[in-house]
Ligand binder design. Structure first.
Ligand code: AMP
Ligand code: MG
Length: 267
């Protein structure tokens, strides 16, 4: 699969209203699922190599509107990957201690070490998303954050971190259906809160905040991908492709054995 159409070129303008949410790549669901399964096996092997080589650090940032599928993406794409080499850091409403610090403080300590993959379920980008939409800090303060974030990510990349940023793009109608399902299905009730409806009313403001985030913080070393996410199976396929292609691009090799290991007979 050619993943380049989903990558946001540095400095490119983006129009989320015309960027499709419902691509299927010309595939049907069962074919798509088979392809994802095969990629999953590849990802499992690549993760083991990453861990063994202990050279690269991999950071995956996931952002989306509510119900965009962040949890489901993590569950499906990393299904079967050794949990010892993959960490998930979820960023919720900041605690008092976190709020007492600069907004990158809580984020930096969770960035991956050598040989690790860390997935950010929400991230420092909330500080130019929810914070902006709800005026949690003044505009002149959040405006400067795009540069801070770009600088942090450049530093991480310079120090050996491979960064992949995924924006899960769903339509407003798809969000309506997913929220309704959380109301209608007793097993999904726990995921629903009336606050989600208040956030939905700010849909356009969030889309505008996402647009500016994508335009201002997609770089060659830290690219954003806009994932068409109305169809969960296609979303999983595209994200799996991005993971596998990015890890393959690292040209990793197995560590050299200790001298004398090849040919040693274990008695
Ligand atoms: P959930 O991911 O559904 O558990 O929700 C987490 C909530 O935390 C969301 O409403 C986010 O908008 C909110 N959140 C995450 N980071 C921040 C932040 N830096 N400032 C304010 N709210 C945040
Ligand atoms: Mg929620």
């Amino acid at each position: 699969m050619d993943i380049s159409p989903y990558r946001v070129a540095p400095g490119a303008t983006t129009d989320l209203t015309t960027t499709p949410t419902d691509d299927d790549g010309g595939l049907d669901k069962s074919r798509g699922r088979k392809l994802t399964k095969a990629l999953n096996k590849q990802l499992e092997a690549l993760q083991e190599l990453l861990y063994a080589e202990r050279k690269h650090k991999v950071l995956v940032v996931i952002q989306a509107t509510d119900t965009g599928g962040k949890d489901g993406t993590i569950r499906h794409v990393f299904d079967g990957v050794n949990p010892q080499g993959v960490k998930v850091a979820s960023f919720k409403k900041p605690t008092e201690e976190e709020l007492a610090h600069d907004y990158l403080w809580r984020v930096h300590r969770h960035t991956p070490g050598a040989g690790e993959i860390t997935i950010f379920n929400r991230s420092h980008y909330e500080d130019v998303l929810v914070v902006r939409v709800h005026d949690l800090v003044a505009q002149d303060r959040w405006e400067r954050r795009y540069d801070h974030i770009a600088n942090l990510e450049r530093m991480l990349a310079d120090e050996g971190t491979t960064i992949i940023k995924l924006f899960l793009h769903i339509s407003k109608e798809e969000q309506r259906e997913r929220l309704q399902a959380r109301v209608d299905d007793p097993q999904k009730n726990w995921k629903f809160s009336f606050g989600d409806l208040a956030e939905r009313e700010r849909w356009d403001d969030y889309q505008e905040a996402f647009r500016e985030m994508l335009e201002r913080t997609s770089t060659a070393d830290s690219p954003w991908y806009i994932i068409p996410a109305d169809r969960k199976w296609y979303r999983n396929l595209v994200v799996s492709e991005i993971m596998v292609q990015t890890l393959e691009g690292l040209a990793m090799t197995w560590p050299a054995p200790e001298v004398g290991v090849p040919g040693t007979l274990v008695e």
